[in-house]
Write a protein that binds this ligand. Structure first.
Ligand code: PEP
Ligand code: MG
Length: 885
């Protein structure tokens, strides 16, 4: 089997076999750039190494020796040569880059003889011994497992004794002394000498690099980044060139564009008379690459030209490593450069303008989740590094914020309004009553709840960072304290919350600003053109809708009308309505609510400018609007001018053992039809109001919680009757639709029948997931992290669709629904409607649109474009492979 490829034999398409580094070195060689000669031992050799009980097999050993001979002939240097000793580097390089995870050893080939030869031929003894001590330390650490600190200590002691500032102050004699001390370390630690035979050094180094594929940090990195372990690493053996050979030598790294901003300018740094690790280790302060123009103008020009060609060739921003040896430039590495999300978007858009990549390619290059990082504030990286995570929970709503903690909505609101403080609401959980405190909070933290709990849904809708289900958090409302695994917080203490990661920090941490980004708008514009799925927003207020429109949402896919009852004056009327005992007593609050709701809908329609707006009728159980404890009951009773005992009795009567499965959704319509009638009059009333202004609206009314055709049919009749009555009263008509949420498994199972009485479907995946798994969406925080950790679930199904179970129900519902009505519009409006992985599935499912919180719209839009582009590609490939289709 062929295990070894010289750089001349490979190219950039051989990543799987040669690793990224090997493939790129080969490609640069073939492009005619100055690359030090060498060869790559393939990833197949790595797998053979493991098969052979962590030993190189004989075939591989023979090929290494042969390749080494060839290399020696080519460069005119040999291991152990008394006149021209060959020195090589040994570096790992996997198919998918794993920066810093595996091992590298430089200067292989140096020993007590060759170090002297090197000193002689370079006329630089200091350089030779400097190189030798580096080999001793690196080999000792990587191959023999001696701690780096043991070697560092020798150097530090010497520097201290001589009052040196930096490694550069070390004299040749110092370095010779260091070499001899390092050799003693081998004897002390291993009871044997450092191997003087270069071939022995090389083979041991290759062994260690292969072994480093399975070191602890590499395994963790692979697990975190979904890199399969069977890929293996390649090993690159390359002639050493020396950046520390004197004043006209040096080493550096550069990016072809600024990796932080994406600006099109060479960005990087270099150090004269130094080796690569000096730059990485920050021992000396490197110079900006632009100064190379003055120090070595020739080389600078050559480097700029190579960088430009490489970028053009690879059609992406490149991360380059170079070395200058005695005035000659060598390229050591070229790879696609890591970049910030902001830079990624700018580079992608610029490269389209420059004609380097197509729009489709630019769209595929941006991770949808990374768009979030551009939109939301984050903690300042340097400040964050100084703080420890004190607790973690579910990352319910992205962004980072810092503020003073309060444990009740009232206290948070008072601190915000009266003391003008930045506040963070910390609670066990939240309910509609907390809304005023939530609105003014910079972030929200709860100890209970999952990704679709009240706190999570509302925070996401408002774009407020939130971490929920923090298991180690205990809130003591009575004493106004909270404790996090050993830390105690009092009201008014500073707390910092990272809702993107789900982490909590004590104290204040500076955040970055929310960026408005033109490049992102351009990219999202392209995404819209390339998508099949519509992207709508879950928006309940004109403010939410305006935000969604800024992100170019296609309309509203879900307006949860219950969220409109949160304002104090509305809550009061709602409460008056709920406690009323007969239809007569309900009339006045209903009339007041009708006026308010009509105003709400008018506001949303006015903003819509031709976009579709789907309004859902009341969904939650009524008791959610009522006070809970005695103190609140007394306050509310006073506001309503009724006896507290009477109110307490009503609260008690409405209490349910399982409210999520109880008297909510369309079940309310059957028992309290006048609430739905009022809402329908408000919706149609608002549309007619606009008709008077010559604006035509087609209202889409959505019924929650439908479980059967009979149920939907009953509610539909109620709704349609009310609409027709209003049309007759006003002597005007409009087109309208009445559709249903698909959130009950039974509705999915009987979707062909439900479709007979529905104009559209919209999957409520929050409830559908809850009911399919039997997981309470408000309580999953207590066990979901463990389920994921134990591998029982691959991901939280409230965040990413469970294709196998919930997805099957959805598939069945789509097929059955479209069997009845082939053009039935179908959306997804649960929280996973904004999740990129789920969107991939929804594209294949052929639903018509997704709807998500306004701040998720850009992420969803990009994911929708990528899903469509991928799907198109898959279809065209399958057509070309299978022309019969
Ligand atoms: C759902 O269940 O997915 C949904 C969108 O409705 P809600 O979250 O309001 O129950
Ligand atoms: Mg629901």
């Amino acid at each position: 089997m062929k295990y070894i490829y010289t750089f001349e034999e490979g190219n950039k398409n051989m990543r799987r076999l040669l690793g990224g580094k090997g493939a790129n070195l080969a490609q640069m060689t073939n492009l005619g750039f100055p690359v030090p000669s060498g060869f790559t031992i393939s990833t197949e050799a790595c797998n053979a190494f493991y098969k052979n009980h962590n030993q190189l097999n004989d075939d591989n050993l023979d090929q290494i020796k042969e390749a080494l001979d060839q290399l020696s002939q080519k460069v005119g240097k040999r291991f152990d040569s008394p006149s021209a000793p060959l020195l090589v580097s040994v570096r790992s390089g996997a198919a998918i880059s794993m920066p810093g995870m595996m091992d590298t050893i430089l200067n292989i080939g140096l020993n007590d003889q060759t170090v002297a030869v090197l000193a002689k031929i370079t006329a630089n003894e200091r350089f030779a011994y400097d190189s030798y001590r580096r080999l001793l330390a690196m080999f000792g650490n990587v191959v023999e497992g001696i701690s780096e600190a043991t070697f560092d200590m020798v150097i530090e002691n010497l520097k201290q004794q001589n009052h040196y500032q930096s490694d550069l102050d070390l004299t040749t004699d110092d370095l010779k002394q260091i070499v001899s001390e390092f050799k003693k370390i081998y004897m002390n630690e291993l009871h044997r000498e450092f191997p003087q035979d270069p071939t022995e050094q090389l083979l041991a180094a290759i062994n260690s690099v292969f072994e480093s594929w399975n070191n602890h940090r590499a395994k963790i990195y692979r697990r975190e980044n979904n890199i399969p372990s069977f890929l293996g690493t390649a090993v690159n053996v390359q002639m050493m060139v020396f950046g520390n050979a004197g004043k006209d030598s040096g080493t550096g790294v550069a990016f072809t564009r600024d990796p932080a901003t994406g600006e099109k300018q060479l960005f990087g740094e270099y150090l004269l008379n130094a080796q690569g690790e000096d730059v990485v280790a920050g021992i000396r302060t490197p110079q900006p690459i632009s100064t190379l123009k003055e120090t070595m103008p020739h080389l600078y020009e050559q480097f700029v030209a190579i960088a430009a060609k490489l970028e053009f060739y690879y059609r992406d921003m490149q991360d380059l490593e170079f070395t200058i040896e005695n005035g000659k430039l060598y390229m050591l590495q070229a790879r696609d450069g890591k970049r910030t999300p902001t830079a990624a978007v700018k580079i992608a858009v610029d490269m389209v303008d420059e004609g380097l990549v197509s729009r489709q390619e630019a769209l595929m290059r941006i991770k949808p989740e990374s768009v979030q990082a551009i939109l939301y504030p984050e903690f300042d990286e340097q400040e964050l590094a100084k703080n420890d995570i004190v607790a973690s929970g579910l990352p319910a709503s992205p962004g980072a914020a810092t503020g003073r903690v309060y444990f009740t909505a009232e206290a948070a609101k008072a601190a915000h309004d009266e003391k003008h403080q930045a506040v963070i609401l910390v609670r066990q959980d939240t309910s509609p009553e907390d809304i005023e405190g939530m609105v003014v909070s910079e972030a929200i933290v709860t100890s209970r709840g999952g990704m679709t709990s009240h706190a999570a849904v509302v925070a996401r809708g408002m774009g407020t960072p939130a971490t929920v289900g923090v298991n180690h958090l205990q809130v003591d409302y009575q004493h106004k304290t909270a404790s996090f695994s050993g830390h105690q917080l009092h009201e008014g203490d500073w707390l910092s919350v990272d809702g993107t990661q789900g982490n909590i920090y004590i104290g204040q941490i500076k955040t970055t600003d929310m960026a408005v980004n033109e490049n992102l708008s351009t990219l999202l514009g392209w995404a819209k053109q390339e998508s099949r799925l519509g992207v709508y927003a879950n928006a309940d207020t004109p403010a939410d809708f305006s935000q969604a429109l800024k992100f170019d949402a296609d309309g509203i896919g879900l307006a949860r009308t219950e969220h409109m009852f949160f304002k104090p004056e509305r809550l009061l009327e709602m409460r008056r309505l709920i406690i009323a005992e007969n239809a007569e007593a309900r009339k006045l609050p209903l009339k007041r609510l009708l006026d308010m709701q009509q105003g709400d809908f008018y506001g949303l329609y006015k903003l819509s400018e031709g976009r579709s707006v789907t309004i859902r009728l009341l969904d939650p159980p009524l008791h959610e609007f009522l006070p809970h404890d005695e103190k609140e009951i007394h306050e509310v009773a006073a506001q309503l001018d009724i006896e507290p005992a009477y109110l307490a009795q009503r609260v008690d009567a409405l209490k349910e053992l399982n409210p999520m499965l109880g008297h909510r959704g369309d079940r309310l319509a059957v028992t309290f039809p006048d609430i739905y009638q009022m809402q329908v009059r408000a919706i149609i009333g608002a549309a007619l109001q606009l008709l008077d202004e010559n604006v035509i609206i087609e209202p889409h009314i959505m019924i929650p919680l439908t479980g059967s055709k009979a149920e939907m049919s009953w509610v539909r009749e109620l709704v349609v009757k009310q609409i027709e009555q209003l049309f007759d009263e006003r002597n005007a008509r409009l087109q309208y639709t009445v559709g249903t949420m698909m959130e009950m498994p039974r509705a999915c199972l009987t979707a062909d029948k439900v479709a007979e009485v529905s104009d559209f479907f919209s999957f409520g995946t929050n409830d559908l997931t809850q009911l399919t798994f039997g997981f309470s969406r408000d309580d999953v925080g207590s066990f979901m992290p463990e389920y994921i950790k134990q591998g029982i679930l691959p991901a939280d199904p409230f965040q990413t669709v469970d294709v196998e179970g919930v997805g099957q129900l959805m598939k069945m519902a789509v097929e059955k629904g479209r069997f009845t009505k082939p053009r039935l519009p179908i959306g997804v409006c649960g929280e996973i409607g904004g999740d990129p992985k789920s969107i991939e599935f929804f594209e294949q499912l052929d639903v018509s649109y997704v709807s998500c919180s306004p701040f998720r719209v850009p992420v969803a839009r990009l994911a929708a474009a990528q899903a469509h582009l991928r799907n198109k590609r898959a279809v065209s490939q399958s057509v070309s492979v299978n022309p019969v289709r």
